[in-house]
Design a protein around this ligand. Structure first.
Ligand code: GLN
Length: 448
């Protein structure tokens, strides 16, 4: 951990070390002080699963302890060359496996609006930093909702671009067909300023190379809510969401509903595909190439690998390796993996139909308020997976989406999520800006 790191934002100086003792948003920090006067210099953070030259990249996992990549992820490199100074690496659920930030192998970030509550996951530290540090820009990553969910719980904007818009080079993979790098911030102007910087083709990630140009100016007139999406949403969240819909109507946006019955199959399909991909991605952490190793070399490779993995991978990571290995096994592959791929196509075409007549699809972001840590302890893995019901569908379809703070219940933020057609991030940026103009987010009271 760096010593004496300070952040200068909007003319205010923050002792990051001290801030981090309260909120646990960073798990590695730069040891530099940056003058706040020069407007072209800005400070940002990167989620711990993004490779960075001078800091560790551990993806929240103990198995990667001590891993210092010799290169920067493309998104980090592009921000640095635009004048960005990297403040630190933000805490996250191990490899992105989680919804509350509680599956980190390091510290668990605390919600800036109520320290007894979770920040959301898996980009927990990113959302926390974006909420607490004025003017902050946080790079987050979403596979199945990891930008929207913590953005909603921490009361900030969270923009997840179209799959392929931002190069994944230097990202420690969770599910390669799903992973997307995006932005979390309280300052809506950052979306327009920084999305073009991190976007664009990169020969090191072929999935980024076939993208159309980024158009940031767009109009939003018609928004649709999937009919079943409000089932299972807690009453206080629903009330806040309904008030937000009224505000949208006052802004001249037409809000209607339509049936989108395939969306409910997105969650099981996602957990099959995401764990299938994760289980192969995690095979490389075997104690040979990166991070922690078992020093007893006088044994066969199977027990050697197993000992390292048993010791340093967390419980949720192990669960996902088991689940994902099962779903793609000969004999089960057709029943699970192949079916999930077909379901993904169904979800994509259902969205396409909705976009024929509407500019955006809208739902609450999360079905409940940021949960208390005490309540999370009582939740089963399945309860946790179910919490992703609204954030998973756009992720499975590779569609860009935005979570925006839409109101507060007893001072705790509630988020709404807009989904837009592939490559139309401009609609989300425009929506965020006009919403922010009428309903700017509340800042938490920062405890130092
Ligand atoms: N909560 C989801 C999961 O655990 C999504 C996490 C993510 O987007 N990384 O898989």
């Amino acid at each position: 951990m760096g010593e004496g790191a300070t952040a200068v934002m909007s003319g205010l100086t923050f002792d990051l070390e001290k801030l981090n003792q309260t909120y646990h948003m960073f798990n590695d920090m730069a040891a530099e002080t940056v003058p706040g006067e020069d407007e072209s210099i800005f400070q940002f953070s990167a989620k711990d699963n993004l490779c960075t030259k001078d800091l560790q990249a551990r993806a929240g996992s103990r198995i990667l302890e001590g891993y210092r990549p010799p290169f920067d992820a493309t998104a980090v490199a592009r921000l640095r060359s635009a004048g960005g100074v990297l403040l630190g690496k933000t805490n996250m659920d191990e490899f992105g496996f989680g919804t509350f930030g509680t599956n980190s192998g390091y510290q668990v970030p605390l919600n800036p609006f109520d320290l007894k509550r979770a920040c959301g996951g898996s980009s927990a530290g990113a959302a926390c930093a974006a909420s607490v540090i004025p003017g902050h820009l946080a790079l987050g990553v979403s596979t199945g909702g990891s930008i929207s969910c913590p953005a909603s719980f921490c009361g900030v904007f969270g923009l997840t671009p179209t799959y392929g818009r931002v190069s994944r080079y230097g990202l420690i993979d969770y599910g390669n067909s799903l992973d997307k790098i995006g932005l979390l911030t309280m300052d809506v102007g950052h979306l327009r300023r920084f999305l073009p910087i991190i976007s664009g083709a990169d020969p090191r990630d072929p999935t980024s190379c076939a993208q159309p140009p980024l158009e940031l100016d767009a109009e939003v007139r018609r928004v649709v809510i999937p009919e079943d999406s409000l089932n299972g949403v807690d009453g206080d969240v629903l009330e806040t969401f309904q008030t937000a819909i009224e505000h949208l109507s006052h802004m001249g946006i037409e809000v209607t509903t339509m049936p989108m019955p395939a969306l409910r199959f997105a969650l099981p399909a996602y957990y099959v595909l995401a764990t299938s991909e994760a289980s192969t991605n995690l095979a490389r952490y075997c104690g040979m190439r990166y991070g922690e190793r078992n020093e007893d070399y006088n044994q066969h490779f199977d027990p050697y690998f197993s000992k390292t993995r048993s010791r340093y991978l967390g419980q949720e990571a192990k669960r996902r390796v088991l689940l994902g290995t099962f779903t793609r096994m000969v004999g089960f592959r057709d029943r699970y993996y192949m079916k999930a791929l077909a379901t993904r196509e169904l979800v994509i075409s259902e969205y396409a139909q909705a976009f024929e007549e509407h500019d955006l699809v809208l739902t609450p972001t999360m079905p409940f308020l940021p949960p208390l840590f005490a309540d999370i302890e009582g939740m089963s893995p399945l309860d946790t997976y179910k919490a992703d019901g609204l954030t998973v569908p756009p992720n499975l379809a590779g569609l860009p989406h935005l979570s925006a703070p839409c109101g507060y219940v007893d001072g705790v933020p509630v988020g709404m999520q807009f989904v837009s057609p592939h490559w139309t991030e401009g609609r989300l940026v425009t929506m965020a800006e006009s919403w922010n103009g009428a309903h700017p987010p509340m800042r938490p009271e920062v405890i130092l």
